[in-house]
Design a binder for this molecule. Sequence first.
Ligand SMILES: Nc1ncnc2c1ncn2[C@@H]1O[C@H](COP(=O)(O)OP(=O)(O)O)[C@@H](O)[C@H]1O
Ligand SMILES: [Mg+2]
Length: 262
Amino acid sequence: MSEVVLSVDKLMMHFGGIKALSDVSLKVKRNSIFALIGPNGAGKTTVFNCLTGFYKASGGHIELNTRGVKTDVIKMLGEPFKAVDFVSPKSFINRLRYKMFGGTHLINRAGLARTFQNIRLFREMSVLENLLVAQHMWVNRGMLAGILNTKGYRKAESDALDHAFYWLEVVDLVDCANRLAGELSYGQQRRLEIARAMCTRPQIICLDEPSGNRSAERDDPAAARRARSDRGADRTRHGHGNEYFRPHRCTGPRRCHCRGRA
Ligand SMILES: Nc1ncnc2c1ncn2[C@@H]1O[C@H](COP(=O)(O)OP(=O)(O)O)[C@@H](O)[C@H]1O
Ligand SMILES: [Mg+2]
């Protein structure tokens, strides 16, 4: 397996006349921490937005090497229409689909997760529900299985709960499992966002200013120690803050003793 999990070459992002990114190149190795550092407006968030499909890069190349597959991110997000699309219905529909719905979910499915500089949680959902939603790609989602409440469906649901509580334990939010995400303090919401990203079972996680604006609340050192003791996902981080905790790469759901408390 290649050492390089993310490779960015000559990435460009232009907003009209503004060149937010010009020839950005970087390589992130597996099991490493990579930081983007720069003043406000340098383009850090824009890099993340391009990597995760929120922006479609104006040029350059992004390659993910995750889950044993090499993914050309820009291609996955859909290139501009070409003449050939108009004669091939299949490629036309594919192109149209990406144009209409975007491709962030495909990037996540390929193994890249992120958090946001301005927290974006499902505020009206509980903490636990936020983590269950993040696993929708991993659980048995068949409507019929759900209606019939099959054994496979129940097992998938139970595994998803285990996985969610595993991450709640890591970020020290087990006691908040049934609270609304929007009611949590800023620091708790930041931690929940990381847990939600990790629940998608990524191979690389991009943390956008993970410790920004956190002067009022320090990370829990115990949680940080616990997290560090496990194997980490490769991490790309940027921001001005202190060391944040290192997320695990979960090797499988673990039964959590705290479940009864939720
Ligand atoms: N959607 C957008 N439209 C226009 N300009 C943008 C957009 N997003 C980012 N920019 C510009 O790109 C530059 C980089 O912004 P950003 O990536 O947010 O910087 P950083 O995260 O390093 O503070 C800024 O000049 C910003 O104004
Ligand atoms: Mg930013």
